[in-house]
Design a protein around this ligand. Structure first.
Ligand code: NAD
Length: 479
């Protein structure tokens, strides 16, 4: 394997590393220092990448699936071997603690390999004397994957893994806030895949629309906010692109009365605040049974206070900075509305929650039983803010948990199997956990209900999302 350097960063078009006339740079959110320059792609770059993908499409689709899977596995091994270097780069650009970033890099390899274990067998619908009908899966064509800044590597693999296994070329677009790991991952991929099969373009805010409106792109897979997802859908409509949208969430978690309070409180704190709350499937509304509310709140407060906020490069750090200035300002606005609404704060200090040092630091806030219609409950903060609410009857809490435009994830925590399964079965979300939250597995499908998305990723469904179906009906006597 040719070694990678993590100092200079390029687009990859048709197998070649390319610089652009104009450049921009990310910012280390823990220090506000500038990171190295990255390309700003133009429409010409987009057109050339799409043309290269079109040229590569037929040969890649004709490559036997076992061979494609082998290449994905070899590539995943290379990503895994470089996990420490990718992790360091990710902490610098994204802010999360180094151990979490290295874990994400290993996770990227795990997800790639998981797709390489899946199959797309033909389905024989009928095989009789006179007729044979077979349904098969054919690659959809040139794909584009657009990803956000919270998980720069794993969100990329949710798109490139299935596209490559299904036989599609794919152009990836990392977030302008976190372009570095994505650019390096695709540079590394050139050692395993033919030119034009996996490409990457970095750029500013104008790049996404150039890709989504391109008439020769067959499919867009987008992960990001609901507002942007709607724009992606609109822009994809004129050329009838296939679209997968993984969007925002406002996940409820329901804590029943029979749980081990200290154990669950500690786990819930992590599943709410890890990555400084910047996770689509973190717990964002916590419903605790009234009979244990005070005791649970005491334990949750203890666990929350123990979380160390700091530079992700420091070993003691549990929560890194907020990733970017825009999100930091949004959270300031969120906190201002918490002040205006005069909500009760169980942990945190509204006057001092944002650090004045050289980084976008924010301490976690626990809100004690706010009104159900307050902004803190209704809106996804995408930061370390958790409203905790009381519940009494199952019917009431299920109604409140489902009373959201979002439907990404949800959980029930109970030792009573019958109760937890009964409640879980009524939750309107694409992923429902019992006694857990925020965990993904490559072979378990993941896709938001309601405003949290269209289509799905992961699981065999996530692979089929890069295919068109084709039924071949053979009338044996017809000629
Ligand atoms: P965002 O929507 O601002 O940006 C996501 C990506 O879309 C970026 O690469 C951005 O450059 C690009 N983009 C922006 N405007 C575009 C346009 N008009 N056309 C095409 N692309 C465009 O989201 P973000 O702030 O990066 O991420 C945070 C959001 O993502 C949160 O709401 C979070 O819940 C959601 N998210 C969802 C999932 C999921 O799997 N459902 C996973 C991670 C994050």
């Amino acid at each position: 394997m040719t070694p990678l350097n993590f100092e200079s960063f390029y687009n990859v078009i048709d197998g070649k590393l390319e610089a652009t006339a104009e450049t921009r740079h990310g910012i280390n959110p823990a220090t506000l220092e500038q990171l190295p320059p990255v390309p700003v792609s133009t429409r010409n770059d987009v057109n050339r990448a799409v043309e290269a993908a079109q040229r590569a499409a037929a040969a890649w689709a004709a490559t036997p699936i076992e061979e494609r899977k082998q290449k994905v596995i070899q590539y995943a091994d290379a990503v895994d071997a470089l996990a420490d270097a990718f992790g360091k780069m990710m902490t610098l650009e994204q802010g999360k603690p180094l151990s979490h970033a290295i874990g994400e890099a290993h996770g990227a390899a795990y997800f790639l390999k998981g797709f390489a274990k899946m199959d797309l067998p033909d389905r024989v619908v009928e095989d009789t004397e006179h007729r044979r009908i077979v349904t098969r899966y054919v690659p959809v064509g040139v794909c584009v994957g657009i990803v956000p800044w919270n998980f720069p590597m794993t969100t990329l693999t949710f798109k490139m893994g299935p596209a490559l296994v299904a036989g599609c070329p794919i152009i990836l677009k990392p977030s302008p806030f976190t372009p570095y790991c994505g650019l390096k991952m695709i540079e590394l991929a050139q050692q395993f895949f033919p030119p034009g099969v996996v490409q990457v373009l970095s750029g500013d805010d104008s790049l996404g629309p150039m890709l989504t409106e391109h008439p020769d792109v067959a499919k867009i897979s987008f992960t990001g906010s609901t507002g942007t997802g709607i724009r992606v859908l609109q822009s994809s409509a004129p050329s009838l692109k296939r679209v997968t949208l993984e969007l925002g969430g406002n996940d409820p978690a329901i804590i029943c009365s029979d749980i081990d309070i200290p154990k669950v409180a500690a786990r819930v704190a992590m599943k709410s605040f890890v990555n400084s709350g910047q996770v689509c499937i973190s717990i964002k509304r916590l419903y605790v049974h009234f009979s244990i509310y005070e005791e649970f709140m005491a334990e949750l407060s203890k666990a929350t206070k123990s979380l160390v906020v700091g530079n992700g490069m420091d070993e003691s750090t549990d929560l890194g900075p907020i990733q970017n200035a825009m999100q930091f300002e949004r959270l300031k606005d969120f906190v201002a509305s918490i002040k205006r609404d005069k909500l009760t704060i169980a942990v945190g200090d509204l006057e001092n929650t944002f650090s004045t040092s050289n980084g976008y630091f924010m301490s976690p806030l626990l809100i004690d039983n706010p009104p159900e219609d307050s902004r803190a409950v209704v809106e996804e903060p995408f930061g370390p803010i958790l409203p905790v609410l009381k519940w009494d009857t199952e019917e009431d809490v299920i109604h409140r948990a489902n009373n959201s435009a979002d439907g990404l994830g949800a959980s029930v925590w109970s030792r009573d199997v019958a109760q937890s399964e009964r409640m879980a079965g009524q939750l309107q979300a694409g992923l429902v956990w019992i006694n857990n939250h925020q965990e993904l597995q490559v072979d378990a499908v993941f896709g938001g209900h309601k405003h949290s998305g269209i289509g799905s990723e992961l699981g065999i469904e996530g692979l089929k999302a890069y295919c068109l179906t084709q039924s071949v009906m053979h009338d044996k006597d017809g000629a």
